[in-house]
Design a protein around this ligand. Sequence first.
Ligand code: FAD
Length: 449
Amino acid sequence: MVPITPFSGQHAVVIGGSMAGLLAARVLLNHFKQVTVLERDRIPNFPSPRSGVPQAHHVHILLTQGQRILEQLFPGLEAELAAAGAPEVNWTRDLRWLSIWGWSHEAPSDLCTRPCSRALLEWLIHQRLEQDANLTFSPSTQVVGLVANAQRTVITGVQIKTEQEVESLKADLIVDASGRNSAVPKWLTQLGYAEPPQTVINSFLGYSSRWYQIPDGWQAPWKVMLVQTKPPNHPRGAVMYPVEGSRWVVTLVGVGHDYPPTDEADFLEFTRTVRSPAVHEAIQQAQPLSPVYSYRRTENCWQHYEDLPRLPAHLVAVGDAVCAFNPVYGQGMTVAALGALTLDQCLNQTASKGNSDLQGFTPRFHKQLAQMLAVPWLMATSEDLRWSTTVGPTPSWQTRLMHHYLDRVVQVALDRSHVCRTFWEVIHMVKSPNVLFHPQILLPALGLG
Ligand SMILES: Cc1cc2nc3c(=O)[nH]c(=O)nc-3n(C[C@H](O)[C@H](O)[C@H](O)COP(=O)(O)OP(=O)(O)OC[C@H]3O[C@@H](n4cnc5c(N)ncnc54)[C@H](O)[C@@H]3O)c2cc1C
């Protein structure tokens, strides 16, 4: 039974208790007396994948920007990851990367993260939030609809289905964090609103992953191995990622319907067909710990709430429910963290204007969120548009020019450490892609310096 908040006018509800929902809940606690997170799944009492987050079986890279924001929201989280056995990776020292031009070399940088399983990261954040007396986490609770006022202009709560019954829960702000299959667009149409227009760009990329024990005494000058795909002729790639428990998560990818295999024998065989045998050689020695998991819902999909002329008040959406990315670029959790900061900032602006009724908050938040999403969206989709098999808009001449320029930047990054560092700072969302046009990069990339 979900407790009804005693703080009238001061309750926020989050639909979905995965990464975007937990991070939204963390910032909502800065603004609401009571926050309730409603999650359909049962929550395991130790780090373990659950059915609502099937992606937890696959490599989950938290970019440096994401790690920094999480540390800001949950001080000491990195130390907890270290204590749980997550290794430290410096992304310009410990990554062995087969780029389109060849293998990368070391460069100095402070791009450090603690690779871990997705299940561990979510579990640690969940544990932290559970310590907050103003937060109620309701597992096994499915949201089945929205509740609106008589005029249908304000969302006043949600309808929830627990193991026992269906009931209503009132709230002053409802945050949809229920992921890429969110039912909110459908519920909006039932209230007489339009669904948000969608942009979909699909490179038909598939994942297959298997977990391995890192062999005792394993020695290598790298910790993460990334064998990149290479358009137009090499649609296959692989990544090996070390996580807590001295394990590797090995994820194989194939673009343009060239899906990696789902059975164990063919998994190893596929590693021979990527652009380097290095992954194959490493995992041949290693003990498998899991079956092969596969995943194919990887299209970039943006629900343009910011373009809707009319939306009910007191409802916003965050995370994959607004914009889900092709996961191969590792952006989703970092963008969810940036979205939580946007929510916090927008609520601060509302408070500073003396508004206590959230009037105008929904469209303002979605405009600000869309501004933040523009860069990661461009980064992911313009890469996907390199493949002729991608379904989406035909690449413009500007996109094609950018592909050529970025190829040159990568080539120069292989032997100039400052270019290498800046390139990875952009990939890790620590810096804007604009820095790739600084004369110190532009000139060598154009062969002029
Ligand atoms: C294969 C794969 C690999 C990925 N790899 C990376 C990576 O390397 N790095 C990275 O940063 N990101 C990665 N991502 C993306 C990342 O997982 C998501 O962007 C991130 O988890 C944020 O998602 P979310 O919380 O918005 O939604 P989700 O993680 O999809 O969570 C939605 C939650 O809502 C719950 N829910 C749904 N409907 C209801 C309802 N009606 N009522 C109550 N609860 C409900 C679900 O049970 C679930 O817990 C990957 C994604 C995939 C698919």
